[in-house]
Design a protein around this ligand. Structure first.
Ligand code: HEC
Ligand code: HEC
Length: 361
């Protein structure tokens, strides 16, 4: 009996919902809401957020829905999060991510956090000047989601939940590529990592172990040709609060002629940019292997071995790498272990498990 009553009661609701889907009527009770999203960022300097796309609670929410929605891909099987998983610092632990067509690109997926402290230039080769330019490229990339923007708009437009959310975020139900890109930009700008052990140490709330402290000193010390100090020279490029200097550089992975991926040169066609890649942040680096644009190193020990003596000379290798070329920095196995221990202090569990960034569906 109870079931029958419920069934009868639900009929008008169902009819109403169907009618709405067919007519595409706008939900008049849904309103534009530009309440700002407050970006918590501890001791970090002010974030660099575009004037025309300030974060709002509804915009970030929409971006988060899009980021986790497989409808953005051609066969509805892959979302952005499929290659950018929160537990892996929003990167992929596979050397090359597999797209919807089973195809693999030639680059390692990049970690996504603290985007509001990046300079302009996204992707390993900087081909997307702003995050919003970047955000819709994976949808159309045949190696990634391989879907047309028209199809994505049709799929999202068929959902009342999305039409309502676009209206709350941008004031109208109309879905277009610009709004999709702005919402994704907002969500990605909301992802912040500022609570690693190292941050707590800087704030006087944690102490480093002896090994971590020795590693910290190696990281922040210049190479000393007299051999008195053990210096790794890392901080010049992995600089500032985000451990990245917002530049594109060649850290000597391959010598001239052996550079299969030419990086920034592809974008600028300037020979001085040959094999230069975005200097990545080292925050959360212990949870986002493998390393480098092509994921060639599986462990941080291998990375340090590269800097210790594996750097290859070439026309564009950075001059800061002069001491990393043969005979190299001369780090001992203990120095290497210390440097790796220091990099582990950059892991931020608060960020990795923050429920504000996980799947909203
Ligand atoms: C098939 C795997 C895959 C999917 C799906 C994917 N990405 Fe990526 N992402 C990558 C790879 C690989 C790179 C590096 C590509 C390059 O540099 O050429 C990357 C780079 C990025 C970057 C650049 C970060 C930086 O520091 O410059 C951002 C931001 C990003 N992706 C966001 C997204 C968004 C948003 C989506 C969904 C619309 C998405 N990705 C879907 C694999 C993927
Ligand atoms: C001349 C600038 C420069 C210096 C100095 C430098 N790096 Fe790098 N680092 C880079 C660049 C550029 C990349 C990305 C290169 C690529 O993928 O082609 C990188 C990549 C890395 C990566 C891999 C990041 C990832 O997401 O895959 C780690 C780890 C790293 N560096 C650690 C260090 C350590 C430790 C030192 C000091 C021993 C150091 N770096 C010194 C420029 C530099």
């Amino acid at each position: 009996m109870k079931n029958i009553v419920l069934f009868i009661l639900s009929i008008p609701v169902v009819l109403f919902a169907c009618k709405k889907d067919i007519d595409n009527n706008e939900n008049t009770d849904v309103e534009f809401d530009d309440t700002p999203y407050v970006l918590e960022h501890s001791y970090f300097p002010a974030p660099n957020i575009a004037e025309d796309n300030q974060l709002t609670i509804q915009g970030v929410k929409l971006g988060r829905m899009l980021f986790y929605d497989k409808a953005l891909s051609n066969d509805n099987s892959l979302s952005c999060a499929g290659c950018h998983a929160q537990g892996d610092a929003f990167s992929d632990t596979a050397q090359f991510s597999t797209g919807v067509e089973g195809l693999q690109g030639g680059r390692q997926a990049m970690a996504i956090f603290n985007m509001a402290w990046h300079g302009e230039g996204f992707f390993w080769d900087g081909r997307a000047p702003l995050l919003r330019n970047q955000s819709i490229l994976p949808i159309q990339d045949p190696l990634e989601m391989n879907e047309s923007l028209d199809d994505v708009i049709a799929k999202l437009g068929a959902s009342e939940r999305y039409r309502d959310q676009f209206k709350r975020a941008f004031g109208s139900e109309t879905i277009d590529p610009l709004k999709i890109s702005l919402a994704l930009e907002q969500f990605m700008n909301s992802i912040v990592s500022v609570d690693s052990k190292y941050d707590q140490y800087l704030l006087g709330q944690e102490t480093l172990t002896e090994s971590e402290e020795r590693g910290r000193q190696i990281f922040f010390t210049e190479f000393d040709p007299s051999g008195t100090l053990v210096g790794g020279e890392c901080f010049h490029c992995h600089a500032g609060v985000n451990f990245a200097n917002n530049e594109f550089m060649n850290n000597g992975l391959d010598g001239d002629g052996a550079q299969e991926d030419v990086g920034l040169f592809d974008v600028t066609e300037d020979p001085a940019d040959m094999a230069k890649f975005k200097v990545p942040s080292l925050r959360n680096i212990a949870v986002s292997p493998p390393y480098m644009h092509d994921g060639r190193f599986e462990t941080l020990e291998e990375v340090v071995a590269h800097y210790n003596s594996g750097v290859q000379p070439s026309a564009t290798v950075d001059e800061l790498m002069q001491y990393n070329l043969e005979p190299g920095l001369g780090l001992t196995p203990e120095n290497i272990a210390d440097l790796v221990a220091f990099m582990h202090t950059l892991t931020d569990q608060t960020f990795l498990s923050n429920p504000e960034y996980d799947n909203p569906f």
